[in-house]
Design a protein around this ligand. Sequence first.
Ligand code: PMP
Ligand code: GLN
Length: 382
Amino acid sequence: MISSKLPNVGTTIFTRMSALAHETGALNLSQGFPDFAAPQALCDAVGRHIAAGHNQYSPMAGLPALREQVAAKIARSYGVSVNVDTEVTITPGATEAIFCAIQAVINAGDEVIVFDPAYDSYEPSVELAGGRCVHVQLSANDFAIDWQKLEDALSPRTRMIILNTPHNPSGALISRAELDQLAQLIADRDIYLISDEVYEHLVYDGVPHVSVLAHEALYQRAFVVSSFGKTYHVTGWKTGYVVAPPALTAELRKVHQYVNFCGVTPLQWALADFMAAHPEHVEELPAFYQAKRDLFCDLLVPSRFTFSRVPGTYFQLVDYSAIRPDLNDVDMSLWLTREHGVATIPISVFYQQPVAEQRLVRLCFAKREETLRQAAEKLCGI
Ligand code: PMP
Ligand code: GLN
């Protein structure tokens, strides 16, 4: 008998729902990934670099040219300068960055605060480090931090808090005032942060993303994580990065060099080329995705689903209380996939203790107009 280190972990909901969509032929609005092509120039650059022989290990911290592009993007987006040698590390995906940051600073018995609904990779990573997640629920209506609950959850064992803004699955954003409040709350405590900002460039209605990178007090204790997958429409490239002050970066790299050592070399070259040639890509993303959000939401207005347009990410939550209040969200997702041909993600799986009365599923709108129209037509027919 294997004594499992993760006895409560099964196959992720993203894998299960994508498999069911494939099996049933449903439109897949479940797992978050675009169904449209990545920029041609980016794809061409991969082939060019493979042909040019860029096929061996890259430096452990990441290709210098790509780290420079990351620093340049950060300077343009947030007006702060980070040191490419001591603060920026390229990782095979944001998931690996999060895992390494947790392994680097969490010891046996430490507590890590996560806000529910929480992305699924946080808790197993904490448990493998010997730590324990303390779940603090975001407000049920607007998914904002409940400060009383957060304060109540702090203990002398709290070693880390994991933030996620823009937030998966709700799309909620953390404001500058909230970051200030957090900084005040933990000022005298020995607590690290992970700020999972993989959707940093997917923000709408003119509201900017507030990065922990631009919050001096919080940055001193933070690992700020992002993903090229989301920003450049290449989730399958599994390439991300983490920015942290030098002392934290040094500890993170001790783990990263043995988890993976380095990212995939030709992909890093291609991203560096593309970022240098197309800095406007990032600036155009909010309008690009806002148009998709608005098209999809406009098409869903006549449906019996209710929703408020998300401020960030490429996910739209919809309430199905008026349709099948008798079904919990897992059964609703299965029913929608099997009976109506649209695969969704139930949000209860992001909670330690799901909110009993919540009737919400998540729809990914990182899709071609045609896919969004077909999905909306099916959803309006229910
Ligand atoms: N954090 C969040 C909130 C995500 O939604 C994702 C997307 N999969 C990740 C981290 C992981 O990103 P990556 O695919 O680069 O590992
Ligand atoms: N982040 C993606 C989502 O929320 C899933 C990534 C994965 O499948 N692990 O849909």
